[in-house]
Write a protein that binds this ligand. Structure first.
Ligand code: IDP
Ligand code: MG
Length: 166
């Protein structure tokens, strides 16, 4: 089945100059990138992204981590990969959530670490299933930012102030 999945290269990945390595690993999947951008993650976006983790004891650290507060880099790279079995293929290359348990040949196994404070700095996020992918892609990307219309869209008329090039 053709699917789409959200990938986020987390602030530790960017700080450690791993972007190239990670994209190279992901290119082994032969999937297509249909959207990509650098994002400064707001508290609101972070909380929505990790809404399912709200009750975890490490929730605050998780929010700080994705916002880049531990790395002095307030940015992440967000990508949408598209193609046959995209979700499984990307999750496989990412490896297990706990970087110490992740297979060393996976992205998390090779580059992740657990800090002495207990934060899993696992370098990359990837959607777990179709439902999560849809929720996350719609949260991080607008339809115009993707070159494939992966979910139904509608046209609305909106009067909004926006910044344009001067
Ligand atoms: P996933 O990223 O492999 O899908 P989730 O369970 O969705 O794993 O957790 C989201 C993120 O929360 C993980 O990527 C990791 O950064 C962090 N996390 C998950 N479990 C733990 C934990 O037990 N301790 C510390 N951080 C955790
Ligand atoms: Mg997850």
């Amino acid at each position: 089945m053709v699917e789409q999945t959200l990938v986020i290269i987390k602030p530790d990945g960017l700080k450690k100059s791993l972007t190239g390595n990670i994209l190279t690993r992901l290119s082994e999947t032969k999937l297509e990138i249909i959207g990509a951008k650098i994002v400064r993650v707001s508290r609101e976006l972070a909380e929505k992204h990790y809404a399912h983790m709200r009750d975890k004891p490490f929730f605050e650290d998780l929010i700080k981590y994705i916002q880049g507060e531990f790395h002095g880099r307030r940015k992440v790279m967000a990508l949408v990969y598209w193609g046959e079995e995209a979700i499984r293929k990307v999750r496989e290359i990412c490896g297990a959530t706990n970087p110490e348990e992740a297979d060393p040949t996976t992205i998390r196994g090779a580059y992740g670490r657990i800090t002495t404070k207990g934060v899993y700095e696992n370098v990359i996020h990837a959607s777990r299933d179709n439902q999560e992918a849809e929720r996350e892609i719609k949260l991080w990307f607008s339809p115009e930012e993707l070159i494939v219309e992966v979910y139904p869209t509608k046209v609305v008329e909106e009067k909004v102030k926006k910044k344009v090039w001067a």
